[in-house]
Ligand binder design. Structure first.
Ligand code: ACO
Length: 332
């Protein structure tokens, strides 16, 4: 059952914070054996942001949270919880959430990370919606924040060209006139496919050692072709069923905000579902795959840019390491 029951839940404001450095495909041609043509054809990505020293995950997350707070008019002392969807925390612990709590001066708030692959921020939004609807929290900051660059092998052309860094956030609270209303949410996992995207080394299962370094176990590993197959097989039916459980048809959705992994996956899913591409928000050409930050960046830019207008329905959907996937229905 995807319906959010209880107090009405809204997205009250959004914000983003990007690293300053822009890396083009031409820049990557100088590092690995690749070409602008290959990257654009296979992924749709032209540029991505890359964090420098000082632009930590928490720094980007806090910057986006502050912007979302300004947009929402909710002050730091009114925040009850900070949930950061991330797969690249600065340290395993403390998490990014508690650090952001301190950086933004949210003295009454809790803080936590939601590590669920690329849908981390979507899972955080769904959880925040449940907590707000039931009255546990009044105001929650949800952030998607990633500094993926250090986790990606800079000599592996198959992953290096795809990922980027950045953060975006929203303040969620009780719905009020003019806010986006979050009405339905659903989250799924298929842990049997965990090996398709993984980060095997450096933690409890394979503590850092000469071997883990030598074998580059401390970098993201992805079987791109199998991820492509999994997503294109699962997502269309899943989203059709999600819409049905929300009491709408896919045609009644005005805007689709997908995880910005790869234009070809998005095009394939849309073709299978009969969704015209002019109803799909795309910004992966500028930012690449920013993992958990991606749907939040796309949501922020589509609201900020006036793409999503009043009275329109939005489905936000993400997929990634786990494998995990999920969807949220919201109305502007
Ligand atoms: N530049 C040039 N050639 C490359 C590059 C590159 N950057 N990367 C790989 N190649 C080569 C390969 O070595 C291979 O060469 P070969 O045929 O001589 O062996 C050839 O290109 C084809 O490689 P494939 O991996 O089969 O290429 P494919 O068409 O499958 O595209 C891609 C790869 C873009 C990764 C695709 O599989 C894909 O999009 N998969 C989904 C990945 C995804 O969405 N991940 C995100 C979800 S999870 C998350 O966000 C954490």
């Amino acid at each position: 059952m995807a319906t959010i029951q209880g107090r009405p839940v809204g997205i009250l404001g959004t914000g983003m914070k990007l690293p300053e450095r822009v890396v083009t495909n031409a820049d990557l041609e100088k590092i690995v054996d690749t070409s602008d043509e290959w990257i654009v054809q296979r992924s749709g990505i032209h540029t991505r942001r890359v964090a420098r020293d000082g632009e930590s995950n928490a720094y980007l997350a806090a910057g986006s949270a502050l912007e979302a707070m300004r947009a929402s008019g909710v002050g730091a002392s009114d925040i009850d919880m900070i949930m950061v969807g991330t797969n690249s925390p600065d340290t395993l612990f403390p998490g990014v959430g508690p650090i952001v709590q301190s950086m933004i001066g949210a003295t009454r708030a809790g803080g936590m990370d939601v590590q669920a692959g690329c849908p981390g921020a979507l899972f955080a939004m769904a959880s925040a919606a449940g907590g707000i609807a039931s009255g546990i929290w009044d105001n929650v900051i949800v952030v998607g924040s990633e500094v993926m660059t250090p986790l990606v092998d800079q000599t592996d052309r198959s992953t290096l060209v795809l990922f980027g860094d950045g953060a975006a956030a929203c303040v969620m609270g009780q719905w009020r006139e003019g806010a986006i209303r979050v009405t339905h949410a659903d989250m799924k996992a298929d842990g049997s496919k965990g090996s398709l995207i993984c980060f095997p080394g450096g933690l409890a299962a394979e503590p850092a050692s000469e071997r883990t370094l030598r074998e580059k176990r401390h970098y993201l590993k992805m079987n791109g072709r199998e991820v492509f197959k999994f997503v294109s097989r699962e997502l269309p039916d899943y989203l059709a069923n999600f819409c049905q459980s929300c009491g709408i048809t896919c045609d009644e959705v005005d805007w689709w905000i997908f995880h910005q992994a790869n234009i070809r996956i998005i095009e394939y899913v849309c073709e299978r579902m009969g969704i015209p591409m002019d109803r799909v928000v795309i910004n992966l050409d500028k930012y690449g795959n920013t993992s958990a930050a991606s749907i939040m960046l796309a949501l922020h830019e589509s609201l900020e840019g006036g793409i999503v207008r009043r009275g329109q329905r939005i489905v936000i959907s993400s997929f990634g390491a786990g494998m995990t996937y999920g969807a949220i229905l919201a109305e502007s």
